[in-house]
Ligand binder design. Structure first.
Ligand code: UDX
Length: 456
């Protein structure tokens, strides 16, 4: 590896990273690690015991465990996930201070360019700042979503929040194209949502630069607004997975079942619906049944990720009796898939997604149109952009009924409207590829990010 500009007197510069230990946050941070390592940085990853990475999958990085004192099963309900993130911040603060101080003592201070921390870890940003370690933050959602976080106090003042049922369709004129129902919400605890978002914005403002997993052609207007509102260096270097494709399998918390790729090989081009609701979203047993019979009734071939714990309430995720027979030869169900490779597969015609930001960008980059069923957080806003701005899919809103599901799947996969969405998604795929070229907006932004890190 050439040391290039990232070396001091022949020694490699170090970059330290601290991801939030949830799948949707781990993946982009490890892709960033891959990019920086490729630019000549030595990488050290701090991590919690909760959802700890497997160091043997990344022999090129150094790992520093930070005790979090947490025990028991992973939280399931979104309110519990939020409380867990806040608790991780508190629990890790002191141990992280000790470990960061030890690492800084071990490396010469000049050798460490900076630490990049997930925006959900404000306590770690504060610790690093106190120890005079330059800090950048990685926000794993969209630029539009972060603008919503920044605007939250104003939206509360103007009466949009907390959300009232009667106002769901009201347009938020301060944040077009959001309606009230598209605004970031994390379950029923408005106080918890406010606290979490305030801390994210606090982490961004306390840092020396913001890294975003988005790209100019996708969110140009939103990036202009964010740069104006934050008045700090913003590096839009996404889609990160296009720069660092190998990292997905390496940072997956669940084993990816690769047999589905073989199954896809045997399907005609653009024939299969891929269905996955990400790593956190849960559904009721009733919705699972309606989803299953809707998929079966559509007649469309499918690959469905039914993650253990997808049905939260009773801990049992069981497909309805008769579903397997009704769909034999036409569908495959797996617990976890190599999603990026699935979306890249020529047999895939559409993606029924919860609309997590990683899933959305991964789909966009492969020209796959989407059926969105948002559950919480940024997913409603992402679905709004998919349907209203990029016009590469549509939302399945309201109560899930098998008849509606069937119709929505056909509309996306076999209908003429779906074909138009696929064509637009194909255009987005092209611009995403262009952005990641050396002279593309994200390629250039990576160069600027590296320069910024070295100049800190
Ligand atoms: C969460 C939130 O839901 C999301 O809205 C937010 O932007 C980030 O945190 P998650 O629910 O996991 O993330 O969704 P998403 O952002 O889509 O990330 C899921 C990741 O898991 C993707 O990178 C996807 O490729 C991967 N995945 C998903 C698999 O590798 N296999 C699967 O079967 C499903």
């Amino acid at each position: 590896m050439a040391l290039g500009g990232n070396a001091v007197a022949g020694r490699r510069r170090h970059v330290l990273l601290f991801p939030l230990a949830y799948q949707g946050h781990i993946n982009p941070m490890f892709r960033l690690a891959g990019i920086l390592h490729g630019r000549g940085f030595a990488v050290t990853v701090f991590h919690t015991h909760f959802n700890a990475p497997d160091p043997s999958r990344h022999p090129e990085y150094r790992f520093v465990p930070v005790p979090d004192g947490m025990s028991g099963p992973a939280p399931v309900a979104i309110e519990d996930v939020v409380s867990h993130i806040l608790a991780l911040n508190t629990a890790c603060e002191a141990p992280f201070r000790d470990r960061l101080a030890a690492v800084m003592e071990e490396y010469s201070r000049d050798d460490v360019a900076c630490i990049v921390v997930d925006t959900h870890l404000l306590s770690m940003v504060k610790v690093a700042t106190k120890l005079s370690v330059r800090t950048l933050v990685l926000r794993t959602g969209s630029a539009a979503c972060l603008s919503c976080f920044v605007a939250y106090p104003l939206l509360i003042k103007r009466g949009y929040l907390p959300v009232q049922e009667s106002e769901l369709e009201t347009e938020v004129s301060e944040l077009p194209p959001y309606r009230v129902r598209d605004l970031m919400q994390l379950g029923r605890r408005h106080d918890l949502t406010c606290k979490l978002l305030e801390r994210v914005v606090g982490a961004v403002k306390a840092s020396s630069g913001l890294i975003l997993n988005t790209f100019d052609a996708l969110e140009r207007r939103e990036l202009v607004k964010l740069r104006r509102d934050l008045a700090m260096p913003v590096f839009d270097i996404g889609p990160l997975h296009l720069f660092s494709p190998a990292a997905a399998a390496e940072s997956s918390l669940l084993r990816q079942d690769r047999s589905c790729l073989k199954w896809l090989d045997a399907r005609p081009a653009a024939s299969v619906l891929y269905v996955s609701f990400g790593s956190l979203a849960c559904m009721s047993a009733r919705d699972l049944v309606e989803t299953a019979w809707g998929i079966a009734g559509s007649g469309v071939p499918f690959l469905w990720v039914v993650r253990p714990g997808l049905v939260a309430a009773d801990g049992l995720t069981r497909l309805p009796d008769g579903f397997e027979e009704a769909t034999r030869g036409r569908g495959m169900v797996v617990e976890w898939a190599p999603q990026e490779e699935v979306l890249r597969h020529a047999a895939v015609a559409g993606f029924w997604t919860h609309g997590g930001w990683n899933s959305t960008t991964e789909s966009v980059c492969e020209g796959v149109p989407m059926l969105c069923r948002p559950h919480f957080g940024d997913q409603m806003g992402n679905a709004r952009y998919v349907e209203h701005v990029w016009r590469v899919g549509f939302e399945v809103a309201g109560a899930l009924e098998r008849g509606g599901v069937e119709a929505a799947i056909r509309r996306l996969v076999t209908g003429s409207e779906g074909a138009q969405m696929r064509a637009r998604a194909g255009e987005l795929k092209k611009v995403a590829k262009e952005c990641t070229g050396e002279a593309g907006s994200s390629g250039l932004a990576i160069g600027k990010l590296v320069d910024h890190m070295l100049a800190l």
